[in-house]
Design a protein around this ligand. Structure first.
Ligand code: OOG
Ligand code: NI
Length: 317
């Protein structure tokens, strides 16, 4: 009996109290993100205004430094403690990154709220393979992470507060990292801040529930989408379609007093098609588990570029 109790406890949110705490932490991460990033904020308002003020998040994404306890695990523990399950690993050798995604706990009733109050999102956490960087870059990353032991255990807290777990870097250190890995520079300056939320396109109720329509609609409204490898990213099996905006910039004051505009966060869109084995399920009975799950290396590789200078400085059109 005690075995099964433990099992239940570790597999799902154990109580309403735990769930409302968890959701309010997610809501706080989202608030930090919306306050810093005008594009995601207006996109969400616009899509909600068309879609009866309701939308679901497909996933939330975070970046980390894979070194000395600061990597994926430093944030994953928060999600695992709230019923999430670790799923597949994705590798990006050219970018010197790896990622894991986490599935939300299974629930008996699907919540009908919007955003963080709706169905719980998947979570995508990546990490920089720090030991593969040059020694200069490793030195900078070690300098900031080692002096901030908090980063390891309190990644989720740092994200919800919108406070870096380490000191602000020198502008020269940021530039050093950016030359070698824009991901590394982003993570040094943004820490555990939400990198993006992803709107679940197929769960919208309006005509925007097809990603091509949504992309067209957003481009007509003047939003710049990440064009790396084409605006629409399609998995080889054809079942996962993704696109994203280009990241907003934020004015950042470095510890040497230099103020620079640096990349912050973006918003993503994902449409998951019904799997071949469920083609016969009537439309009204389609649930999320009938659809293509998980992530795709080829898509993700291009979505990472949403925070890169090359995309940010591109002219619209
Ligand atoms: C993550 C990029 C990958 C996805 O859904 O495949 C991604 C990032 O930019 O940190 O979000
Ligand atoms: Ni994503």
């Amino acid at each position: 009996a005690s075995m099964s109790t433990n099992n239940n406890h570790s597999r799902g949110l154990s109580s309403q109290v735990g769930e409302s705490f968890f959701r309010s932490v997610l809501g706080q991460m989202e608030t930090v993100y919306l306050n810093r990033n005008p594009t995601p904020k207006s996109v969400l308002e616009l899509v909600k205004s068309v879609d009866n003020e309701q939308l679901c998040y497909d996933h939330l994404a975070f970046r980390t430094f894979g070194i000395g306890g600061y990597g994926i695990d430093s944030l994953a523990s928060f999600f695992l403690d709230h019923g999430y399950t670790q799923m597949d690993e994705l590798r990006f050798p050219a970018k010197k990154l790896r990622a894991l995604w986490f599935a939300p706990p299974k629930v008996s009733a699907i919540p009908d709220g919007s955003g963080v109050n709706g169905p719980l999102p998947r979570v995508f956490i990546s990490e920089l393979l720090v030991e593969q960087m040059t020694s200069q870059t490793q030195d900078v990353i070690r300098k900031y992470t080692q002096a901030a032991p908090n980063g390891k255990k309190y990644g989720a807290l740092s994200s919800a507060l919108g406070t870096l777990p380490w000191e602000k870097p020198l502008s020269s250190e940021f530039e050093q990292l950016a030359r070698e890995s824009e991901y590394a520079a982003w993570t040094l300056a943004n820490g555990y801040a939400l990198n993006h939320v992803t709107i679940s396109v197929h769960r919208l109720k309006s005509h925007l529930n097809r990603i091509k329509k949504l992309n067209q609609f957003l481009e007509e409204k003047g939003f710049k989408l990440n064009s790396e490898g084409g605006v629409l990213k399609v998995s080889p099996d054809g079942g996962l379609l993704q696109s994203s905006t280009v990241a907003d910039s934020i004015s950042f004051k470095f510890s040497d007093g230099v103020i620079k505009s640096i990349p912050c966060s973006y918003i993503e869109f994902a449409e998951r098609l019904v799997l071949p084995q469920f083609q016969n399920v009537p439309e009204g009975e389609i649930e999320e588990y009938h659809r293509r799950d998980g992530f795709e290396v080829g898509n993700a590789d291009k979505i990472f570029e949403s925070t890169n200078q090359e995309q940010l400085s591109r002219r619209t059109g």
